[in-house]
Design a protein around this ligand. Structure first.
Ligand code: NAI
Length: 336
């Protein structure tokens, strides 16, 4: 199958080349992200392969369909960037990688918490400059603290287990509680209780109409003063304006983000020689208690091997007329 890979990065290609030895697809890596104009690059291809920030909206899907594309391969788990109704109307099959390494994301979440709490990012720079002062570096013991996990699916469940291992009390909110999680010591509670009791609130739910701005002014006001908020799910689960208000009022102790509402214009590229035009993002960067990584939680060798292998297998399964039902993304998954 001829596959146009949008937003292809150099660091991904070795994984796709290696995995493709077993599938023999024709891969066309494209620098361009999926936009109205770039859809033309998919002409002559059977499938378009996209990543988390490629907007597969109605216009893009229509243009891809006109270019002859019949399969949209998501090389990620989240599918909030795809207009599933438009895909269904045009008969475009959408396949994703529902699970590759929940450990990668859960471990990065833990790294963010430890870094922000113990100020490792600041200590690293200080020591290199010969500043060995501890002023401003004080953290707190994780042991004995309460961690609130919002969404105990694949990633949230692994993260909850890691926090239990640190000796934390873990409470969780999820409309579909996980029995194994509860059996391991996680206590399910209403969202209001989670917000009021947790020293650390970590978001692991998908972005849906119901979870858009789940963390807004109201939710932030319910959080324990001095608590830490961590988001490695999707940017728009948090209302960034409300977050900045809570940071300015010094209500929050710290914020760690791997995702940001408007990240599509920033992340996954080197803008170090450019002016950052997003004033909201620029404001976030000014807070000493905010730590941001650019959507790298998934980024381990193990996860990349798994994503490449599954993405290419999805293409082969589609070609053979039997896509894995667990990988099919269709309108039945829309949460209204
Ligand atoms: P999953 O589908 O296994 O679990 C999601 C859980 O969230 C489910 O248990 C669901 O019931 C729950 N949920 C849904 N609505 C909720 C609500 N309103 N409140 C509380 N819980 C709710 O998904 P998985 O694999 O654990 O991934 C979670 C999210 O992490 C993905 O949707 C994606 O957005 C994000 N992600 C981020 C990555 C990164 O690199 N930063 C990489 C991979 C995923």
């Amino acid at each position: 199958m001829r596959i146009a890979m949008f937003s292809a990065k150099e660091y991904e290609l070795e994984f796709y080349e290696r995995a493709n030895a077993g599938f023999q697809h024709e891969l066309t890596p494209l620098d361009a992200g999926l936009t109205g104009v770039s859809t033309r690059l998919a002409e002559g291809h059977d499938a378009a392969c996209i990543f988390a920030n490629d907007a597969a909206d109605r216009a893009a899907i229509t243009a891809l369909h006109e270019a002859g594309v019949r399969l949209l391969l998501l090389r990620c788990a989240g599918f909030n960037n795809v207009d599933l109704e438009a895909a269904a109307e045009l008969g475009m099959t959408v396949l994703r990688v529902p699970a590759y390494s929940p450990h990668a994301v859960a471990e990065h979440t833990t790294a963010l918490i430890l870094t922000l709490n113990r100020r490792i990012h600041r200590a690293y720079n200080r020591v290199r400059e010969g500043n060995f002062s501890l002023q401003g570096l004080m953290g707190f013991d994780l042991h004995g603290r309460t961690v609130g996990v919002v969404g105990t699916g694949k990633i949230g469940a692994v993260f909850a287990r890691i926090m239990l291992g640190f000796g934390c009390e873990v409470i969780a909110a999820d409309p579909s509680p996980d029995e194994a999680c509860a059996a391991s010591g996680v206590r399910y509670a209403p969202m209001a209780e989670l917000l009021a009791r947790a020293d650390i609130v970590s978001l692991h739910c998908p972005l849906t109409p119901a979870t858009k701005h789940l963390i807004n002014d109201d939710a932030l006001a319910q959080m324990k003063p001095g608590a830490m908020l961590v988001n490695t799910s999707r940017g728009a689960v948090v209302d960034t304006g409300a977050l900045i208000r809570a940071l300015k009022s010094e209500r929050l102790g710290g914020v760690a983000l791997d995702v940001y509402e408007e990240e599509a214009d920033l992340f996954f590229r080197d803008l170090s020689d450019h002016v950052i035009k997003d004033d909201v993002f620029a404001r976030l960067l000014t807070f000493p208690n905010v730590l941001i990584t650019a959507h790298q939680a998934f980024f381990t060798r193990d996860a990349m091997n798994s994503i490449a292998e599954t993405t290419l297998r999805n293409a082969t399964d589609f070609e053979r007329g039997r896509p894995d039902p667990a990988h099919v993304v269709d309108t039945s998954l829309i949460v209204r």
